[in-house]
Structure formats: C-alpha cells, structure tokens
Ligand binder design. Structure first.
Ligand code: CA
Length: 252
C-alpha cells in the first residue's frame, strides 16, 4: 500500500498515541490534533486520505467537524470513534455522512481492519475506473467515474466518497440485485454480519440525493427479501401509485 496521509482528532492522549503507533506501522503519515479547534483547522488545511474523528472533544466535537467537512463538500473518508451506540444513527445517517465508525472501547486490530478496508476500497475504485475515466449513464444519472462526479438530469449531485462508490457499484451492474452482505463486501471491503444498518443508512442517504421522492424510490429500488438494485428504466416505464413499493422500502 502507498503511504496515506491520516488526520487523527482525539483528545485522549493514550488513544492518540496508540493510533499514531499502529497507523505509522501501517505506512501512514499521521497528524494528531488534540482538540476540536485544532481538528477543524487541520481537517481543512490540506488533502487527507482519511480523517479519524473522536466524537467527544474539547471545542467543536467530532460531529461538528464531520458536518463542516460535508457542508464544504469535502468528501474525504471519515471514520468516527464513538462510545455511545445511540449516536450511530446520527453519525451514519443523513445528517453527517461519516463513512464508518468504531465503538469505544475498540481493539486496535478491529480499528486497523476498518482503516485498511477504507484504503483498499478507495484504491480499488481508483484503479478500476481512473484509467478509463468511463461515463456511466443510467436513467437520469450520468456518472463520471474518472472525475468522480454525478449529474442527475444534468445537475451536479454532491456525494460522499462512500455514496459515490455505492452508486458507481450499482451503475456498473445495472439491474443486478445485490444483498446487503454483497454490498458490504464490494463497497466497504468487509463482510461483517450485523452491519446491515450501515448499508441501509447509506442507501437512504443516496436516495435522498438522487430520488425525486426518496420515500418512493424509483432508481435504487428494494427487492424484497433480497437487497437493492439500480433500476435501469425508472419512472417512465412505471405507473403512478407506488403504494406497494413504498411499503417494501420502509420495511427493508
Ligand atoms: Ca474524547
């Protein structure tokens, strides 16, 4: 793996030191920020391959930093460290758009597995598409795989790195149904059980950005009991009144 530039925003010195040690061993160039003010400043100061954010910080907390990055359309991969599972929905949900999280207390091997999965995913997508710079057109979507830009009916859509990868994965296999486990494997790079809600929340976020009516998805549709697919003939080919679809997507 090439050297990665990683920003760690963590006020607990023991944890910061531990992360520094293990990330450096994994060929990362690590910058530490010990509070939210430093973290915010550093996060915007340059290009990072990964930002690791503790949630509880003096000054602006991890949520504020993540929110600020996304608001400024900085789609660097963000990994959140959290000690409260009740925060996960906010972390992964529409509001913030983190790529992944690790619950405190965490094992170093678990954290490093997540970090490496993020790097592998980004690099495999870069390798697969950067050379070709292919444009994928599916329904109203036009996906520039080289420039990592998405147009919806000609209008640019802002996606996080993970949302882009997810959409690109679907668009590379139009009409094909993927289970949540398959999506975790292909897009996240790991196939843990019990992380289905990670897929669900990213699907919901993606829908909120590309679907005319996210409550009645026409592009990224739920296949009941199986998973999701990108519909190649959305809207036009379908009739009005999607009550049944709606029930399916809500219960999925
Ligand atoms: Ca803390």
């Amino acid at each position: 793996m090439r050297e990665h530039q990683v920003l760690v925003v963590e006020d607990e010195q023991d944890i910061a030191r531990l992360l520094h040690l293990h990330l450096t061993e994994a060929n990362c160039q690590v910058t530490l920020a010990a509070d939210g003010h430093q973290g915010m400043r550093q996060a915007f100061s340059r290009h990072w391959d990964l930002v690791i954010l503790d949630l509880r910080l003096p000054g602006p907390d991890g949520l504020s930093i993540c929110r600020a990055l996304r608001r400024e359309q900085v789609y660097v991969p963000v990994l959140i460290l959290t000690s409260k599972s009740s925060e996960l929905d906010r972390v992964l949900g529409l509001e913030l758009g983190a790529d992944d999280y690790v619950s405190k207390p965490f094992s170093v091997s678990e954290l490093m597995a997540r970090v490496k999965a993020i790097f592998r995913r980004v690099e495999s997508f870069e390798r697969r598409f950067a050379s070709t710079g292919e444009i994928l057109n599916v329904g109203p979507l036009s996906i520039d795989t080289g420039g990592r830009e998405v147009l919806l009916n000609g209008q640019p859509v802002s996606l996080t790195a993970r949302e882009f990868d997810l959409l690109q994965h679907f668009a590379s296999h139009p009409g094909q149904v993927f289970s949540r486990a398959q999506l975790l494997d292909s897009v996240w790079g790991y196939g843990h059980e019990g992380y289905e809600h990670t897929v669900n929340s990213h699907i919901n976020r993606l829908r909120s950005k590309v679907e005319p009516d996210p409550a009645q998805p026409e592009l990224i549709t739920t296949v009941w009991g199986v998973g999701y697919k990108l519909d190649t003939a959305p809207a036009a080919a379908r009739s009005e009144g999607h009550a049944a679809d709606n029930v399916v997507s809500l219960s999925a």
